[in-house]
Design a protein around this ligand. Structure first.
Ligand code: IPE
Ligand code: IPE
Ligand code: MG
Ligand code: MG
Ligand code: MG
Length: 327
């Protein structure tokens, strides 16, 4: 799916990121910045940066005013991925070996820490009038992401997780950063507090849908996803798909889930068996319905922002992209 704004703003983000990172060049055999460049050059969608730039433009300012926050949220996002891949024992990211596999866990921990610091260095480039509000939101968001990741891990070994707990977990680990990306772009553009809150509300709903699609792709996607398919199943992640199957799949489904819980030895068999139980329960369809309901809520916030013409159309496109993406 392409849209002129997507091509243009992603390109702007790519160029800004590359220029920023040149301040910390990779050196042969250097174990700190090499993994940073490696992961950043694998790219990804740059969604959070694009959202920050888009909000600034929708507030009537050139996207350049949001470069510091766009860099900050994208670096922070990539830092969370580097650590998340250790936590999830993930072998693949963006179609390539994860940092902890290519180097080792210590490298991924330290280079991740460096990226978190780089995010703060990027934020520090904001003009002083926007900086306190931006940092306050960014730091609150960073703590919330940690809380979400903590729940995500704790849920692996729990069998009584509710859908409400799942929604709160994904709000924290994923949505708040999507929301903050928009809100920070608006702050950088000098928007009123009221509008910043509306941007945040839009992003919070979009982020929930985004993570639901992430979970769908993890279970049912193909190689385009660039991650190990079935990784969530292997780790007994309490995704909506899993909770729905547990609840609505009947005794047969529950038996399958119990049989495989905690097992990692025969990954292909486990993934196939659990995926089959999920399909039989109709979990993917139910997840899609809930995901679309969250996009609809996001679009209601877009209306409250009274976005005009091409800006409204662009955010409608983004809403569609979140649910139709294949990577
Ligand atoms: C993956 O994020 C982690 C989640 C929060 C779901 P993305 O799907 O945005 O990853 P990249 O940056 O495009 O690779
Ligand atoms: C990741 O959730 C959320 C954060 C990195 C904070 P996932 O663990 O589902 O992300 P992927 O699927 O590995 O990208
Ligand atoms: Mg993961
Ligand atoms: Mg994870
Ligand atoms: Mg995932």
């Amino acid at each position: 799916m392409i849209h002129p704004n997507l091509t243009r703003l992603k390109q702007q983000a790519d160029v800004a990121i590359e220029a920023f990172l040149q301040q910390w060049p990779r050196a042969a055999g250097d174990g700190l910045y090499e993994p940073v460049h490696y992961l950043m050059e694998l790219g990804g969608k740059r969604l959070r940066a694009v959202l920050a730039l888009s909000a600034a433009e929708a507030e009537g300012r050139p996207c350049e005013v949001a470069f510091p926050v766009a860099l900050g949220v994208e670096l922070f996002h990539n830092f969370t991925l580097m650590h998340d891949d250790i936590m999830d024992a993930a072998p693949l990211r963006r179609g390539k070996e994860t940092v902890h596999m290519k180097w080792d866990e210590n490298a991924a921990i330290l280079s991740g820490d460096a990226m978190y610091t780089l995010a703060h260095i990027a934020f520090a480039k904001l003009p002083s009038n926007g900086l306190p509000a931006a940092l306050q939101l960014f730091n609150r968001t960073a703590l919330e992401v940690c809380l979400g990741q903590q729940s995500d891990m704790a849920f692996e070994t729990r069998n009584d997780v509710t859908v409400a707990e799942y929604m709160e977990m994904i709000r924290l680990k994923t949505s708040v950063l999507v929301a903050a990306s928009l809100a920070l772009g608006a702050i950088a553009a000098g928007a009123s507090e009221e509008r910043v809150e509306l941007w945040y509300a839009l992003g919070e709903e979009l982020g929930l849908a985004f993570q639901m699609q992430d979970d769908l792709l993890d279970a049912f996607g193909d190689t385009q996803v660039g991650k190990q398919i079935g990784g969530d199943i292997l780790a007994d992640k309490k995704t909506f798909l899993r909770l729905y199957t547990q609840e609505k799949g009947g005794d047969a489904a529950r038996k399958v889930l119990t049989k495989w819980d905690g097992q990692r030895d025969d990954a292909p068999a486990k993934i196939e068996a659990v995926r089959k139980a999920m399909s039989a329960a109709g979990a993917a369809q139910a997840a899609r319905e809930l995901m679309h309901a969250h996009v609809a809520k996001a679009m209601a916030s877009a209306e409250a922002l009274e976005l005009k013409g091409s800006h409204l159309e662009w955010f409608q496109f983004l809403g569609g992209m979140v649910t139709q993406r294949t990577s």
